[in-house]
Design a protein around this ligand. Structure first.
Ligand code: GLA
Length: 694
């Protein structure tokens, strides 16, 4: 079978599988809006902050910058409902119509991150209670309590009014729920505690079960009534089982909060209108996989803050967001040069804003929207980066964004219907991250950094990588890597084993399989239910005071931060790496084990490795799994990515170096940005090229 036919079959299977996984109430709405640009730029626009006489000029300048989308209204509650039950939408009708006149579609934000002053005055109980017991005060944002029934009711009401008004408006493409959910965390009040207890009762059914799973005999924690169970504050001082359930309850709270609004919207809006939420990358406040089941697609807000774009961290976060629904996504906000909230609000270098946008597209985003169009004359964010200055005319970065918009317009057809498809997946698990964060054992063991170190080693070799939940289907992958999969309950172990049995290569990083789903230790050694298949186990783990030598099949280097002494238990298990002279316990002991399993393989890496060894490890994993790079060799500063669609593929090359680079191509290709054919590409610093087959 030709690789092209095989690719088409895999693509069809993936499309069918993702359609089947969709709950009926979540219509699948494409990230590429039918009849509109396949990839586009947009911005956050706040017409309520300006006299109406100014709007036309704003939209004219947007159109001239090739901006095709505006997100509006997400903070405009007091303008839409100036007093309780009195709505004023006429200004918004006019703003939407005017945007349409300039060929700009609208995304409406529900304004529930900023309840008006009349509301919080009249209903002070809707204000969030902080961990220290104090109520939030009006004047900031995200001060409403996500678990307050009254607040939720008020949120539903304003959402319903908006849905009734704009659910069939042809210029409204979709909706964003609230803004950066979880930004201000949970409310720590009695009502929330009651709901938490109810959640626990619903989950465990009996106190006996709860007491057993949490081993509450320890420190006299035994609960005789549900009402005795506290909200765990501070989280890290409490029972790990209780703490993990609190994090899960946080997910449930934000899930219900979103569902409330989504149900109201779906009752009134056209199925063609999408519903999304603007996530905050690796923010760990809730399980994004669960919340994403409610959405048409995921979005995120991509900010650098201080410094410059780190291609690996940024690429990883794009891939994370794509993995929430295993679909393309949007960057709903990104900085037009600088922010106003980080320790040093430096401006990105000339060309960096454009490179950053192209990186988003390369990793599967179909839209990139700038925050914000123009700074309000007053308000907390008046000197944040924007496209226009206080005088209402373009700032220097406007020209760069305008050029980007022109380029997007030029390559529309190459990107239509395409998305990244990979043979390699990194597993990301919120439960494992939370449980580990509560018991790092060494503060240096940072879950996200460990994930990033694996990503940085693997991404240049594969040139395509998915980041997915361990509960996602794994059968389309050849290599699945789980850097810190702390929680491996039996069902999860079964799914991982099935993947390896069917021919996949499963690589476990340190700390794998120590706990069950209640954050209780498994009554086996690590990796728990996978010990027999691996033919090996963790004898003892060590938080390292300093780096120790390690050597073997991948060369010689250092193990750093964390080292596990492994024990080989089967003659079929191979020791790939051993520790050198270190703390006595680890001397000459196995650090990496691998074993053929079914048609595939299981590998366990017990140590964190220095950068060079991590690269060597990644080279071995990729080779052993038969994974080929999606493009071919490129200089190390160049990021190459691929998107595929029916019968086509398109590559994006980005030069992240501060100097020019030449990239030889494997064959003569079309260079879509420079409009020529060539077998090489010259890229200036932050240069970008898009390649298609001739
Ligand atoms: C977040 C918010 C925006 C704005 C920007 C500033 O992403 O969603 O409203 O505050 O930060 O960088």
């Amino acid at each position: 079978m030709s690789s092209y036919i095989r690719y088409c079959l895999v693509l069809c299977a993936l499309i069918l599988a993702s359609a089947a996984a969709f709950p009926a109430q979540t219509p699948k709405v494409p990230t590429q809006i039918p009849g509109r640009d396949a990839i586009f730029i947009g911005d956050a626009w706040y017409p309520e902050q300006w006299p109406e006489s100014r709007w036309e000029e704003d939209l004219r300048l947007m159109e001239a910058a090739n901006i095709r989308m505006v997100r509006i209204a997400e903070f405009a509650w007091s303008r839409m409902e100036p007093s309780e039950g009195h709505y004023d939408f006429e200004w918004l009708d006019r703003a939407i119509a005017l945007a349409a006149k300039h060929n700009i579609v609208v995304v409406l934000g529900t304004p529930t991150a900023t309840p008006p002053a009349w509301l919080t005055q009249k209903y002070p109980d809707v204000l969030r209670v902080e961990e220290n017991g104090e109520r939030a005060i009006h004047g900031m944002r995200a001060h409403g309590s996500g678990s307050s029934p009254r607040y939720r009711e008020l949120c539903r009401k304003i959402t319903e009014q908006m849905a009734l008004r704009y659910g069939h408006n042809p210029h409204v493409a979709g909706w964003q729920i609230d803004n950066e959910q979880g930004y201000a965390q949970m409310s720590y009040d009695e009502e929330t505690r009651r709901q938490f207890q109810e959640y626990l009762q619903d989950k465990f059914k009996t106190l006996e079960d709860l007491n057993t799973h949490w081993t509450t005999a320890y420190w006299s924690q035994t609960y005789d009534t549900w009402q005795e169970i506290p909200i765990p504050v501070p989280l890290e001082s409490h029972n790990p089982g209780l703490a993990l359930e609190w994090k899960r309850f946080t997910t449930k709270t934000w899930f219900d909060y979103h569902k409330d609004q989504i149900d109201v919207l779906r009752a009134h809006i056209d199925p063609r209108q999408f519903i999304t939420a603007n996530f905050m990358g690796f923010f760990g406040g809730f399980d994004h996989y669960e919340l994403s089941t409610l959405l048409s697609f995921a979005s995120w807000d991509d900010y650098v803050g201080s410094g410059h774009v780190d291609r690996y961290s940024n690429g990883l976060t794009h891939d994370l967001t794509r993995g929430f629904k295993r679909e393309n996504f949007w960057v709903m906000e990104t900085q037009p040069g600088m922010v106003n909230w980080s320790p040093l609000n430096n401006f990105l270098n000339k060309g960096e804003v454009r490179a950053m946008a192209w990186q988003a597209i390369a990793h599967g985003s179909d839209g990139v929207a700038y925050w914000q169009w123009r700074g309000a004359l007053n308000g907390q964010e008046q000197i944040h980066g924007s496209l226009l200055g206080a005088d209402g005319t373009p700032l220097p970065v406007y020209a760069e964004i305008q050029q980007l918009g022109k380029e997007f317009a030029k390559v529309q057809e190459a990107f239509r219907g395409t998305r990244p498809i990979s043979q390699v997946a990194l597993l990301n698990d919120y439960d494992s991250r939370w449980a580990l964060d509560l018991q790092r054992h060494t503060q240096k063991y940072d879950y996200v950094n460990v994930l990033r170190s694996y990503y940085q080693a693997l991404r240049p070799l594969t040139q395509s990588l998915d980041v997915i939940s361990p509960d996602a289907p794994l059968d389309s992958y050849q290599l699945v890597v789980a850097p810190s999969l702390y929680l491996i309950p039996e069902a999860r172990a079964r799914q991982l084993l099935e993947f390896a049995r069917n021919g996949g290569h499963l690589v476990l990083g340190p700390r794998a399989g120590m706990k069950d789903e209640f954050s209780a230790l498994l009554p086996q050694r690590q990796p728990g239910f996978l010990v027999d298949a691996l033919g090996g186990r963790v004898e003892q783990f060590y938080a390292l005071e300093k780096d120790f030598p390690i050597s073997g099949a991948w060369g010689s280097g250092e193990s750093t931060i964390w080292a596990e002494q492994l024990g080989k238990q089967s003659p079929e298990t191979q020791v790939l790496m051993k520790y050198g002279k270190s703390n006595g316990w680890l001397d000459e002991q196995p650090a990496v084990l691998t074993r053929a399993y079914g048609k595939g393989r299981i590998t366990y890496i017990g140590a964190l490795l220095d950068e060079e060894l991590m690269t060597a490890a990644a080279q071995w994993m990729v080779k052993e799994s038969g994974v080929a790079p999606v493009f071919g060799p490129v200089p190390s500063d160049i990021e190459v990515s691929r998107r595929m669609g029916a019968g086509k593929q398109v590559f994006v090359l980005i030069n992240f170096a501060q100097e020019a680079r030449t990239v030889p191509l494997p064959r003569t290709m079309k260079l879509l940005i420079s409009d020529k054919e060539s077998n090489r590409v010259e890229l200036p610093p932050y240069g970008v090229e898009v390649l298609a087959e001739k």
